[in-house]
Design a protein. Structure first.
Length: 384
């Protein structure tokens, strides 16, 4: 059989972190070995009942069984507008500043295709959600890695980006509440970020997928900052807020030219989001405020139990400010996060994610996802 060579573009992509973890889990399952999975950010909690019912009922509507508008239904865009206004006090134009997506990942990864030419620079944080690297490689961009250090509370030092990069970078990806480090960005950081992007003409792609999974201070939208709507596009997700990961729906909001560019890419790639999913998502935004409040309570309890348990096991340096992850600094005697998680899987049957999987500055850390019930977390802590 002829062996077709992957494109240079695809050869550059590292194996997708969670695909690799999935492969390892499958191997354990095939051998009939039980394990506790604290690796991937897929909540174990059911989506709201009303949303599931809505999906079922709306799937029966003929219009929903046809191609849907690329721009998304007006009813959904209006629900997003209202939600955004209530949550962030930002009044968006639902026709020009909001675009529903097939999950935020879809938009985050397609976005540079609209604005970046070969060999132009995209700045991505390190460690970070792996999607940004893929996005940069697909668009033919060069990557500048922006380290996130614990000593800076995992906020990037924008003034350390060399002038030569600032002047030619097209896009910067920023994500708070942050995966994997869990931290929330203070408002003055967002103000500086907007100033920085405005000064150097860099598009700000702000990933706010975890905006509703917080325990103390409420995360902001970058669109609250004066001037942000000139240079920023922000991404939101139904996956984390309403545990709708499998539904595949999210949205982008922000500068109208940036939204228009992304829409042009999408029009040429997909043909809209299943109408019933859009209707279900509309229901979630309009009717399920209590659900999200309760979700925060559930994750807070898990977080508190897990952090205390980690302390008792000698992992004193664990952070879980927001999101449903815990980012744990490994003791200095543990040299490699990959070796640590391998051992954890082989000896304790617990699956976690090695920090280095999120980029080289993630080395020395491990990420646990609190996507199992408290009882299971307690069991994990006993054997850890
Ligand atoms: C930081 C971040 N952004 C975006 C996503 C993508 O979410 P979705 O495509 O399900 O909306 C994830 C998923 O884990 C994430 O962690």
């Amino acid at each position: 059989m002829k062996k077709f060579k992957l494109s240079k573009r695809l050869q550059k992509l590292p194996p997708y972190l969670f695909a690799e973890i999935d492969r390892q889990k499958k191997e354990l399952k095939e051998k009939g070995i039980d394990f506790i999975d604290l690796s991937i950010g897929d909540p174990d909690i059911l989506a709201p009942q009303s949303v599931v019912r809505g999906l079922y009922n709306c799937a029966k509507i003929k219009e929903n069984q046809k191609y849907s508008l690329d721009q998304g239904k007006e009813s959904l865009r209006r629900a997003i507008k209202n939600w955004f206004y209530e949550r962030f006090n930002v009044n968006l134009d639902e026709d020009k500043e909001i675009l529903p997506l097939i999950g935020s990942k879809e938009g985050l990864v397609h976005f540079p295709l609209a604005f970046v030419n070969n060999n132009e620079y995209i700045i991505i944080p390190n460690p970070s959600y792996p999607g940004y690297r893929g996005a940069a490689i697909f668009s033919g961009a060069k990557i500048y890695e922006l380290p996130l250090f614990k000593k800076n509370h995992f906020l990037p030092e924008l003034d350390k980006i060399p002038l030569s990069i600032r002047n030619k970078a097209k896009i910067i990806y920023i994500n708070y509440p942050n995966n994997p480090t869990t931290v929330v960005a203070p408002f003055d950081f967002l103000e500086n970020l907007v100033k920085f992007c405005t000064k150097y003409g860099i598009i700000l792609v702000y990933d706010n997928a975890y905006s509703e999974i917080y325990f103390e201070e409420k995360p902001h939208s970058v669109l609250e900052v004066d001037g942000a709507r000139e240079i920023a596009i922000e991404f939101h997700s139904f996956s984390k807020t309403f545990c709708m990961t499998g539904f595949r729906i999210g949205w982008a909001a922000g500068n109208q030219n940036l939204i228009k560019g992304l829409l042009k890419v999408k029009t040429n790639i997909d043909s809209g989001i299943f109408g019933a999913i859009q209707d279900a998502a509309t229901l979630a935004l309009e009717k399920e405020k209590k659900y999200v409040e309760n979700l925060r309570k559930v994750f807070k309890e898990r977080r508190d139990v897990f952090i205390e348990g980690l302390h008792n096991k000698g992992f004193n340096d664990a952070i879980a400010q927001a999101t449903f992850y815990v980012w744990v600094k490994l003791p200095p005697k543990i040299r490699s996060s990959i070796e640590f998680v391998k051992k954890l899987m082989q000896e304790k049957r617990i699956i976690a994610t090695a920090g280095i999987g999120f980029g080289k500055y993630g080395e020395g850390f491990v990420r646990f996802a609190l996507t199992v019930e408290v009882e299971v977390l307690k069991k994990a802590l006993l054997i850890l």
